[in-house]
Every structure is written in C-alpha cells, then in structure tokens.
Ligand binder design. Structure first.
Ligand SMILES: Cc1cc2nc3c(=O)[nH]c(=O)nc-3n(C[C@H](O)[C@H](O)[C@H](O)COP(=O)(O)OP(=O)(O)OC[C@H]3O[C@@H](n4cnc5c(N)ncnc54)[C@H](O)[C@@H]3O)c2cc1C
Length: 367
C-alpha cells in the first residue's frame, strides 16, 4: 500500500504534493470545506466491514489529501463548466470545452487519479473498491457539474473490455483507457430507442474475424466528441445483418468503435449535434451517425461473440459487474448521487445553518 501511494504522489503535480504535505496534520484534515473528513474517516476505519478493506490509515489518508488538494486547486472548473456548456461548430466539426475542464482532466491524469481503481496487472494502483470509492468520492464532492463523467465512463469502458474483450482488444484499449489517454463512451440509445433497446436500428455487417462495418445513428451519447483525449473508444450496440439474428434484446451485439483507427486514420463517424442539458453540463451529450461517408464505420465485435451485447453492456452500465456481487454493482452511481453531491451540499449548508437565528446563532450545535 505504501508503494502504491508513493507512486500516486510521485505522479502528482508538484503543487499538489506540496498541498498534501501542508494539509496532512490531524487538525488540518478536519478543516475541509469540500467534504467532512471526520465522517469519511469514521466510515473507513471505525466500521469493521470497511476497515478491513480500507487499508493503512496514513497511506489512504495521504491519498484523500491529494484528492482534496486537486479539487481545491481546480475549484473554478465546476462553475465554469456549468456556465459554459460545450458548443459544437458545424463548420469545423469542433466541440469547444472550457480550458478549466481540460486543465482539471490533465491534472487528474498526471496525478495518477485515473489509476486508483484499476488492478495492478492492468497498470492501475490496485486499491480496494472501498479505498478507491473513498478517493473518488472526494473528487466528486468538488465536481458536481458532470466533470467526473469523463473518467467515470472511461473507467467503465476499460472494465467492460477487460471483462469481455478478446486478448487483442484488451491489449489495444484497456491500458490507455485506464491511464486516461483514451476516453470511453457507451452508445446504447437511439432517437426511437431509449428504454426499449430491442427497437434499435443500428446495423452491423461482417467483414472478417471480429471486424464489422456499422451504419446508423446514436442519440444521447455522453462524451462522444471533444479533444480532451488522444482517442475516444465508443462501445456501440447494434444488430448484425442476417437471418440468424434473434429478434428483440437477444439479437443485440456490442462493438468497439474507436474515433481513430489503429492506423491513425479517422473512423467513419460524425457528430450531428449536441443536446442542451439542465444539469451535468460539463460533459457534451451528442447525436451522431455511423457510416455516412464511406463503406460503413469500422467496429470490432466485443469478445468476437455475437448477440451478447446487452449482457456485456451491463458491465459498463453497472460499472462493476466484474466485481461479482450484485450488492456492489450500483456503488459507482451511489457515490455520485449520495456520497458526493448530497455530502457536498450538506458540508456547505451546515456552517451556514449554524449561523441562522432560527436554529441558534453563533455556531450553535443545536442544528
Ligand atoms: C444526461 C443524460 C445522459 C445520457 N447519456 C447517455 C449515454 O451516454 N449513452 C446512452 O446510450 N444513452 C444516454 N442517455 C439516454 C438515456 O439512457 C435514455 O434517456 C433512457 O434510456 C431513456 O430513454 P428515452 O429518453 O428515450 O425515454 P423513453 O424510453 O421514451 O421513456 C420515457 C418514459 O416512459 C417510460 N417508459 C418507457 N418504456 C416503458 C414501458 N415499457 N413501460 C412503462 N414505462 C415505460 C420511461 O420510464 C420514461 O419515464 C442519457 C440521457 C441523459 C438525460
């Protein structure tokens, strides 16, 4: 564990490391305006079920400090991302993302934060689910505008390919996704097919081996296009042409559709527009098409297995299906919704409430 945190801190930007050291005393640790450190420590080390998973207190404590330092350093990114929704320029095809978002994503990558939940053999830091959830929850407390979605989707895409991909697919995509040089998306929905995925009309034609040509449209894809990553790996549901394809959900297959192909050329995919959102505005939400220009866009059948797409996609949707236990599957969603956004709200509201005459002025503890 000590080796792990040394690696994490060695990767952290110099300023973050300085902040880590400056804020590592017990007194300072309880001063956070982002999250309630005492509560987190109570959950991690004073509850036997978690304590056995959390690991060494000093080591994980330093990682929590590092996460808090990163969030503090990039505190403006959240408000800027909320105020400046990504904009698509149809003339150039470019999606503009605020500089603050890009800087935060770079700092997260350079600080080694994309590696924490991944296994050591995949190039990650090998933290337990409990420990990585604790660190991620600090990041989520600081970024409630959807900024966390870039790496959350990416991490889940890596999990999916790791769990279901062929050895060649794993070699090509898992490491860059875990390191955060590639991004990942999930493309299930179409305009006519949201809850009812059996209605989807995206088609795939077999070429050879696991290679197919895809055509159709996708709607609502989060993080489909921007220039924050070297490449973006889309996991796309489609139905394979042919009489053998079962009807309904049992006939859905899953494909890896990279923005850039292995030879560096652009795949035949095109952004058609961004959807305006009321919340989670940092992450562009997109309407896009496959196979408009050429002979269909290139897609690689996940694991080389036909008609297993929905089952495979559930690994990504539930973020942790490969962990085994169904009780753990929705933990990633809960971290954002309960652990982080609610906790960040409570942390901000508590000191303000203490100053209200109605509940006791001067920081009364009657709240
Ligand atoms: C912010 C945001 C991000 C998203 N990101 C992604 C993404 O990254 N990738 C992706 O693929 N999709 C994404 N989506 C799409 C999302 O998964 C769909 O919105 C969702 O699947 C619902 O589909 P729909 O919007 O077409 O609603 P519909 O399917 O039209 O449903 C509308 C309403 O009808 C109800 N309903 C539908 N069918 C039934 C039924 N048979 N019985 C009873 N009630 C029913 C639903 O519960 C819902 O209340 C995103 C959506 C949002 C808002």
């Amino acid at each position: 564990m000590r080796a792990i945190v040394r690696t994490a801190l060695a990767r952290a930007p110099t300023r973050s490391v300085a902040l880590v050291r400056a804020s590592s005393t017990d007194v300072d640790r309880h001063r956070s305006t982002i999250f309630d450190r005492r509560n987190v420590e109570f959950l991690l080390w004073e509850q036997p079920a978690f304590a056995s998973q959390a690991g060494d207190r000093d080591t994980l404590g330093a990682m929590l400090d590092a996460a808090e330092a990163l969030v503090t350093e990039h505190a403006t990114a959240d408000a800027v991302a909320d105020a400046q929704e990504p904009v698509w320029d149809p003339a150039t095809g470019a999606v503009s993302i605020p500089a603050e978002t890009r800087a935060m994503l770079n700092a997260q990558r350079e600080g080694g934060f994309t590696l924490i939940g991944a296994a050591v053999e995949d190039g990650g830091l090998g933290l337990s689910l409990t420990a990585s959830t604790a660190v991620n929850s600090v990041l989520s407390c600081g970024f409630t505008s959807g900024l966390g979605g870039f790496y959350a989707l990416t991490h889940c895409a890596a999990k999916l390919i790791n769990a279901h991909g062929t050895p060649a697919q794993r070699d090509a995509y898992v490491k860059p996704l875990i390191e955060g040089t590639f991004g990942g998306t999930m493309a299930l929905s179409e305009a006519q097919s949201g809850s009812s995925l059996s209605e989807l009309s995206c088609r795939a034609r077999h070429v050879s081996g696991d290679e197919y040509r895809l055509s159709g449209n996708k709607m609502w894809t989060s993080g489909f296009d921007h220039d924050c990553f070297e490449n973006i790996v889309h996991l796309v549901l489609a139905k394979i042409d042919g009489v053998d394809t079962p009807k309904g959900n049992r006939g859905i297959s899953l494909f890896i559709v990279p923005k850039l192909l292995p030879d560096g050329s652009a795949n035949d995919i095109a952004l058609n527009g961004l959807n305006h959102k009321m919340g989670q505005r940092a992450l562009p939400n997109s309407y896009w098409s496959l196979g408009d220009k050429n002979d269909g866009c290139v897609g690689y059948l996940v694991g080389g297995v036909q008609h297993a797409g929905l089952m495979q996609m559930f690994t990504m949707m539930c973020a942790a299906a490969s962990e085994g236990s169904s009780r753990r599957r929705r933990r990633g969603c809960r971290v954002d919704a309960v652990e982080s956004i609610s906790r960040a709200g409570t942390t901000c509201a508590w000191p303000w409430a203490c100053t209200r005459p109605a509940v006791g002025s001067g920081g009364s503890r009657r709240v």
